[in-house]
Write a protein that binds this ligand. Structure first.
Ligand SMILES: Cc1cc2nc3c(=O)[nH]c(=O)nc-3n(C[C@H](O)[C@H](O)[C@H](O)COP(=O)(O)OP(=O)(O)OC[C@H]3O[C@@H](n4cnc5c(N)ncnc54)[C@H](O)[C@@H]3O)c2cc1C
Ligand code: SF4
Length: 559
């Protein structure tokens, strides 16, 4: 058997930009090694300058180069009980991949991450690392945590760029695991499953192999799966099931895959090409996409249940909320969802299909202070607004946005008005918004979310002129299209029985925002991955019960 080594970065070879290549100016802090001189500060990454960034939609954080990723990886202590892993909602095998980066084995690092995370190039750009992996790193006790997100982004981008070698290494690792006795669906012996977990490849510790019942390697050829929704939850579910041999068809209402990765999060945070590359990898793996096919309109759940062995619902939570304030129907007031979706699609289709880059107001008010609000404010700056205000009824401490996003938003010239809430929108004679009536707020006792609840200060109302208002006050789920009210909660999310996303409808699983309400990309990926495990178990158990499991090696439904 040909054994392929993951390409290593040669510290002396400067041709590929590996360690030894000219260092980024910010990444050149002297490092002497050893516990006493441990570099307690993060290795800086490259970012676009303020002047340039506010005039383009180019990605703002350019990330690490090979020198910087190597330097940052060296800071990691490879803890035996890594708190970063428990801090990551998807429990990514962080020290395993950082250990590979320390050795210059970038593709091995990417394969290790890929064992748990289908969309590393996306999470490496959009996660709230400060509160997740990085925030839980032990180095925070004396300095700054390891910049896990930037390392993940580097290795995942590297794998996408070196796609063929990456795929070959994955195949090699799978073959190694098979040689160690990983199970297939024909194995009826439950203890063989446990053995298979322990037989994880030599490069990935068994502990990271599977945190659900079914070993990640169990071969499931012969089963068919329908995934509804091509957001991160659906993509992760499709990925993990197709890796194991299932024939997976993804039904998506839009003309493109990615969900909010593709049409919510702006280019300057997550370039379109990143999502496209991840989706291309899935297509290459055999996943079939049916676009412009909406559940409840073009297809019905009952048909999918009849035609497929199991179904995953990952239709997200994209019903934008509104305040319900008088005057909210004025021209010039939109939801952030409409605004960001149209802008992102218009920028990438400029000049074709009748798309025009949207006109922006002179003075824009963005209501809310989550990631969506920051994205809407930063988009308005790029589109040429003269003044942009974030209006938020609490303070920065309660803002649900990522710390880094708030900092970028401030640097780009957006004004923040904390402890203020709109009570009315005023129209001009043409019905266009001309001002907002705002009231000052103060924080009272904590509410159900644990955050101090804002209360209006009587008599503090004032008017602020504006010619555009963007509502970024949250998203809700709308599970009615599923056609089964009995599996919905009162807030129209889908009820699930356990982490694997099993619903009360046999063979139907769900995950991501349609279950949790508006949440994060990494939570959606976790749900998709765990549902894939649970769906595999379900399909195996059902096939075993019917004693009709297809024979290993038999042609799959995809053939
Ligand atoms: C502007 C914005 C910025 C954000 N920034 C961040 C961030 O920086 N970091 C972060 O972690 N999270 C962020 N989020 C949240 C994150 O994008 C979501 O939590 C995540 O995308 C949820 O994934 P999902 O797969 O559950 O749903 P979605 O991404 O919403 O995908 C659902 C998919 O289902 C499709 N669909 C819906 N209905 C149907 C139907 N009836 N039939 C077929 N298909 C259907 C949709 O078209 C969509 O493609 C942001 C969200 C927004 C809106
Ligand atoms: S907690 Fe920090 S130092 Fe320890 S393994 Fe994780 S990233 Fe490395």
């Amino acid at each position: 058997m040909i054994v392929m080594e993951s390409p290593r970065i040669d510290p002396q070879d400067k041709s590929h930009g590996g360690p030894g290549a000219p260092a980024a100016a910010e990444a050149s802090a002297p490092r002497t090694g050893g516990v006493q001189s441990h570099p307690w500060k993060m290795t800086p990454w490259r970012v676009l300058g303020n002047q340039l960034r506010t005039s383009t939609f180019d990605e703002v954080i350019e990330g690490f180069d090979a020198d910087a990723v190597f330097a940052e990886a060296q800071r990691c202590l490879l803890c035996k009980e890594p708190t970063c892993v428990s801090g990551c909602p998807n429990n990514n095998p962080i020290p395993t991949y950082i250990g590979f980066v320390q050795e210059g084995r970038i593709l091995d690092a990417a394969v290790a991450d890929y064992e748990k995370n289908s969309l590393g190039a996306c999470t490496g750009r959009v996660c709230a690392w400060e509160n997740q992996c990085e925030g839980h790193c032990v180095l925070n006790a004396r300095g700054e945590g390891v910049r896990v997100g930037a390392i993940e982004r580097y290795i995942a981008d590297y794998a996408l760029k070196h796609h063929d070698e990456f795929e070959a290494l994955i195949a090699q690792r799978a073959a190694e695991r098979a040689a160690h006795g990983a199970s297939s669906y024909t194995d009826p012996n439950v203890s063989a499953f446990a053995a298979a977990v322990g037989a994880y490849g030599p490069s990935v510790p068994a502990a990271y192999g599977a945190d659900y019942g079914l070993p990640a390697d169990t071969v499931l050829t012969g089963f068919t799966v329908a995934v509804v929704g091509a957001g991160p939850a659906g993509l992760a579910c499709a990925d993990f099931l197709s890796r194991r041999g299932c024939a997976v068809v993804v039904f998506e209402a839009q003309q493109y895959a990615g969900g909010l990765l593709a049409d919510g999060i702006p280019e300057f945070v997550l370039p379109e090409g990143t999502v496209d590359a991840e989706v291309a990898r899935l297509r290459g793996q055999g996943v079939v996409f049916c676009f412009e096919t909406a559940l409840g309109r073009d297809i019905q759940l009952e048909d999918l249940r009849r035609e497929y062995d199991s179904v995953f619902l990952g239709i997200g939570a994209i019903k934008a909320r509104r305040l319900g304030a008088p005057g909210e129907d004025a021209e010039g007031i939109s939801t952030a969802q409409e605004y960001l979706q149209y802008t992102k699609v218009a920028i990438s289709h400029q000049g074709v299909d009748g798309f025009e880059v949207p006109k922006v107001g002179r003075r824009v008010l963005v209501i809310g202070a989550g990631d969506t609000a920051m994205d809407a404010a930063r988009t308005s700056i790029r589109l040429g607004a003269e003044e942009v205000y974030i209006v938020y009824r609490r303070t920065r401490a309660e803002s649900p946005s990522r710390v880094g996003e708030v900092e970028h938003t401030l640097h780009e010239g957006v004004h923040f008005e904390y402890l203020v809430n709109p009570v009315e929108f005023l129209k001009d004679e043409h019905g266009h918004v001309r001002a907002a009536r705002l009231v000052r707020m103060q924080l009272g006792a904590p509410d159900a979310s644990g955050r101090r609840s804002p209360e209006p200060i009587p008599g503090s109302e004032y008017e602020q002129e504006c010619d555009q208002v963007i509502m970024a006050v949250g998203y809700s789920a709308d599970g009615k299209v599923i056609g089964h009210p009995e599996i919905l909660t009162r807030s129209s999310t889908v009820k699930t029985r356990h982490e694997g996303g099993e619903t009360e409808l046999e063979g139907v699983f769900a995950g991501g925002d349609i279950v949790r309400g508006a949440m994060t990309v990494v939570h959606a990926i976790r749900d998709g991955r765990l549902a894939a495990d649970a769906m595999g178990e379900y399909m195996l158990a059902r096939a075993a019960a019917r004693d009709e499991a297809p024979v290993h090696g038999e042609a799959s439904a995809a053939d």
